[in-house]
Design a protein around this ligand. Structure first.
Ligand code: NDP
Ligand code: 2IT
Length: 445
């Protein structure tokens, strides 16, 4: 890390003790910024980095709700409004028992740069709760969402803060949240949430966008090396929204996706993952992935297995943070993997990233490779603002163009700063400069 940044980083650590994920995300970005400070000394004078590392606002609240038996539960709700230099705060909500302030802060921090990379007018934020939707009835999830929104609504608005989904929050939850927002505010404000159902202002392609966008990004990475997905063996961790549509698109572009996973285990299907069966198990029945093997009897299931030990050309981590360690990276490299692109946010540990960068494989960080989700959310906001609804093909084309632009910008920035092919550095610098330029223009805020 650059000398000037070491003391900045030390102070950030002291101010955020114990927030390991947040500190990890900050360190990863700050490590890239040395050459930027040398070129733009005003950034140091104006303390742009210190400002970006302190969220504009952090909201923590109680979420009481009743289960189907009438028992009372108390969860904790969060919304971290990280940065609004480029537009209203924008970023998903995560419902998962592991959620805490550190996780929401790291996600909001990453989101700020990701959103800048899309080139769209959206700031960064993230929220969620330690509520566990697993095993809960639709009515329980509805009551939780209503209670969550009963506090959160006052902090939202189409020009203020626009949440969407993330782990544990999909179309069902967004529907309940939107319903409660509308009821409390007495306003049909479609643009206040994205990822909505198609019948009430949702946009075509938003469901598929993160996974499809990830694979469009991979297509560009391979093209830059005169390669294509045709015939490449792929593995995808996770079996949720991002993973399912990454698998679907990778297969459509000629990839052979042989494995995916969930929080219980790994499935291996040498004939290629059957997306229809996967959707039935994970989207419709909401069951553990093991169930896939009941329909596809030749497929193998390994409880608690490690997906990264499976031989592949392309690896797409699409589950959660720090799911791919230094040891996993070594296993992938030993097995000849040439592309790693992150569908999840910060899935690779610092040791893993170091190995990928040193091996000079095509490694794309989440803030670039998974930006298709939030970019399509911004397209949903555009449609809501103009009371319009675009076709699937039109929106999908826009998504592909956005992903190509992000890809090219990362590569051009990496070139400009003397590290050709380093997408991680290119994404950090290009994302940071987008936010920093706007912060400089807006004065001391
Ligand atoms: P989902 O809830 O739809 O799916 C998450 C998947 O990851 C599930 O299969 C889940 O397993 C698995 N998973 C979660 N936690 C763990 C864990 N600790 N260990 C192993 N597996 C785990 O979420 P999404 O697909 O929406 O999100 C996945 C990742 O993508 C997250 O990092 C998210 O931040 C990121 N992302 C999401 C975007 C979106 O538009 N949804 C946009 C950009 C990034 P199980 O089924 O057993 O719960
Ligand atoms: O991490 C992410 O980019 C998301 N969960 C999607 C955010 C959004 O506002 O669509």
């Amino acid at each position: 890390m650059d000398e000037k940044l070491e003391s900045v980083f030390w102070n950030i650590q002291q101010r955020n003790l114990g927030e390991t994920e947040f500190i990890q995300a900050v360190k990863e970005v700050l490590t890239s910024l040395g050459p930027v400070l040398a070129k733009y000394p005003k950034i140091v004078e104006q303390k742009i980095i210190e400002r970006i590392c302190e969220p504009e606002r952090q909201i923590i609240f109680r979420v009481p709700w009743q289960d189907d038996q009438g028992e009372v539960h108390i969860n904790r709700g969060f919304r971290v409004q990280s940065n609004s230099a480029l537009g209203p705060y924008k970023g998903g909500l995560r419902f998962h028992p592991t959620v805490n302030l550190s996780i929401i802060k790291f996600l909001g921090f990453e989101q700020t740069f990701k959103n800048a990379l899309t080139g769209m007018p959206i700031g960064g934020g993230k929220g969620g709760s330690d509520f566990d939707p697993k095993g809960r009835s639709d009515n329980e999830v509805m009551r939780f969402c209503q209670s969550f929104m009963t506090e959160l609504y006052r902090h939202l608005g189409e020009y203020t803060d626009v949440p969407a989904g993330d782990i544990g929050v999909g179309r069902r939850e967004i529907g309940f949240l939107f319903g409660q927002y509308k009821r409390i505010c007495n306003r049909y404000e479609s643009g206040v949430l994205t990822g909505k159902g198609l019948s009430y202002g949702g946009a075509l392609v938003r469901t598929e966008a993160t996974g499809y966008g990830l694979v469009y990004f991979v297509r560009e990475m391979l093209a830059a090396r005169n390669e294509s997905l045709e015939g490449k063996t792929c593995i995808v961790s996770g079996a949720g929204n991002v993973a399912i549509y990454a698998i679907e698109k990778a297969a459509e572009l000629g990839g052979r996706v042989v494995a995916c996973s969930d929080s219980c285990g790994v499935i291996f299907d040498e004939q290629g993952i059957d997306v229809k069966t996967l959707k039935q198990v994970k989207e419709v029945e909401r069951l553990p992935i093991e169930r896939y093997c009941k329909t596809r009897r030749h497929a193998r299931y390994q409880a608690g297995g490690n997906i990264w030990e499976i031989k592949c050309d392309v690896a797409l981590p699409c589950a959660t943070q720090n799911e791919l360690t230094g040891k996993d990276a070594a296993a992938l490299l030993n097995n000849g993997c040439i592309v790693v692109a992150e569908g999840a946010n910060m899935p690779t540990t610092p040791e893993g990233i170091e190995r990928f960068v040193a091996a000079e494989i095509a490694y794309a960080p989440g803030k670039a490779a998974n930006a298709g989700g939030v970019a399509t959310s911004a397209l949903e906001m555009q449609q809501n603002a103009s009371r319009d609804a675009w076709s699937f093909e039109f929106t999908d084309k826009k998504l592909a163009t956005i992903m190509k632009d992000i890809h090219d910008r990362c590569l051009e920035t990496a070139d400009e700063f003397g590290v050709p092919g380093n997408y991680a550095l290119g994404a950090n610098i290009a994302g940071f400069m987008g936010v920093a330029d706007s912060m400089q223009a807006l004065g001391l805020i």
